[in-house]
Design a protein around this ligand. Structure first.
Ligand SMILES: *[C@@H]1O[C@H](CO)[C@@H](O)[C@H](O)[C@H]1NC(C)=O
Ligand SMILES: *[C@@H]1O[C@H](CO)[C@@H](O)[C@H](O)[C@H]1NC(C)=O
Ligand SMILES: *[C@@H]1O[C@H](CO)[C@@H](O)[C@H](O)[C@H]1NC(C)=O
Ligand SMILES: *[C@@H]1O[C@H](CO)[C@@H](O)[C@H](O)[C@H]1NC(C)=O
Length: 347
């Protein structure tokens, strides 16, 4: 009897433990994570860049200047960003197209719907090549199955595409995108916003509004910009931020992906044309013209009206929060907000 116990104990430890450890390593390493080494940069990174172009006697293109600028800050911020090891699920905002060998990181409120339209048309599954025919709802819901994202692949497949594909992202001045997201989700009542009011609004009102009215607690539909910012900056916030307001570097992992082209919302039409050219897709897709109701200008004009409710202290915190995005993509505090803070002294 005792022998049997000993035998069971030995088998238990000798077999089960190694199996458990192997299982853990296998799954921890293969399924849930991916190791991506950052590029190593010489310290004199930008000097080297300039020298290269002096030697070849050519001018770096605007696009090259932007990517080199980003790489420089990837190097400077490498400790802070800690992107050495990321989860596969973190690649879920990066779309890919195997035929055109292209990757695109989709940032909500930064022309993402139109760029999804481009990818849908390229997929060959649409009956039209006119982006205007694809309704916004269908683009995000009905046709979702025709959009491919890196996050659904295995590490080997991800690494292959990162290495061999043309990679681009489109960014926008971070505070403007933040306000655009707030206005879009909390600025008014519409059916599609109910989810955001229930999911975030109610909690924000409950947590950050003393003596909130019963009605506000139930609907969560009258969150102020100040409360919204308080929620974002709360050091005790446990949940990660929603994709509409999380930092670009968390959504798009620029220092792992090493984008070849950084498009800007401020120059969307030109940049999109250049990107389509680089993809060699100009005979299939054309980026829609900007309409007369040009959202960028609109939000920009509103900035001061919303941000003026934030204290200089909160402004400073918010600036620090999005600082890596400002740095990586070469943005500064919008002029209209300068007099709300003494930040301008540091810029
Ligand atoms: C950064 O932005 C400023 C202002 O828009 C511009 O003058 C400058 O050339 C940019 N620098 C880089 C490295 O892109
Ligand atoms: C394209 O047209 C076919 C036939 O009319 C239809 O069955 C299919 O659902 C359409 N595809 C899309 C994406 O609308
Ligand atoms: C209000 O919601 C509608 C529908 O979603 C949208 O078209 C409109 O731009 C929104 N207004 C503001 C100020 O965000
Ligand atoms: C700050 O600047 C904004 C727009 O640039 C202006 O409307 C506002 O009156 C200014 N506020 C103060 C206190 O100077």
């Amino acid at each position: 009897m005792r022998r049997l116990h000993t035998f069971i104990a030995i088998v238990g430890f000798g077999v089960l433990v190694p199996v458990a450890i192997t299982y853990y390593i296998w799954h921890g390493g293969k399924e849930h994570g991916i190791n991506v080494r950052s590029k190593q940069y010489p310290v004199e990174f930008m000097t080297g860049f300039t020298e290269t172009f002096k030697k070849t006697n050519s001018r770096p293109s605007e696009a090259d200047v932007r990517t080199f600028h980003m790489e420089k800050y990837c190097y400077k911020l490498r400790k802070q960003l800690q992107e050495e090891r990321v989860k596969i699920s973190q690649f879920k905002y990066i779309l890919y197209d195997d035929r055109y060998k292209t990757l695109f990181c989709q940032i909500p409120k930064v022309a993402s719907t139109n760029w999804r339209r481009m990818f849908l048309i390229l997929s060959g599954k649409m009956n039209t090549t006119d982006p205007g025919q694809l309704k916004s709802f269908d683009v995000h819901k009905t046709y979702d199955k025709h959009i491919k994202v890196l996050g659904d692949l295995n590490p080997e497949q991800i690494r292959y595409r990162l290495k061999n594909y043309f990679k681009f992202v489109i960014v926008r001045e971070p505070f403007e995108r933040l306000l655009s997201a707030y206005r879009n989700k909390f600025g008014n009542l519409s059916k599609s916003n109910l989810y955001f009011h229930k999911r975030f609004g109610r909690r924000i009102v409950k947590k950050y509004r003393p003596n909130a009215k019963e009605q506000s607690l139930i609907t969560g539909s009258d969150v102020t910009f100040g409360e919204f910012v308080q929620y974002i900056l709360d050091p005790n916030r446990k949940e990660p931020l929603n994709e509409h307001w999380t930092e670009y570097h968390k959504l798009c992992l620029p220092c792992i992906v090493h984008y070849d082209y950084i498009g800007k919302y401020e120059t969307l039409t030109e940049d999109s044309a250049a990107i389509i050219d680089r993809m060699r897709a100009s005979d299939v897709i054309e980026f829609p013209e900007r309409s007369a109701t040009y959202h960028h200008k609109k939000t920009e004009n509103y900035l001061y009206d919303y941000f003026k409710h934030l204290s200089p202290k909160t402004m400073l915190k918010l600036w620090k929060f999005y600082y890596p995005d400002f740095l990586l993509f070469n943005y500064t505090l919008p002029k209209s907000l300068h007099n709300l803070t003494n930040l301008a002294n540091y810029l």
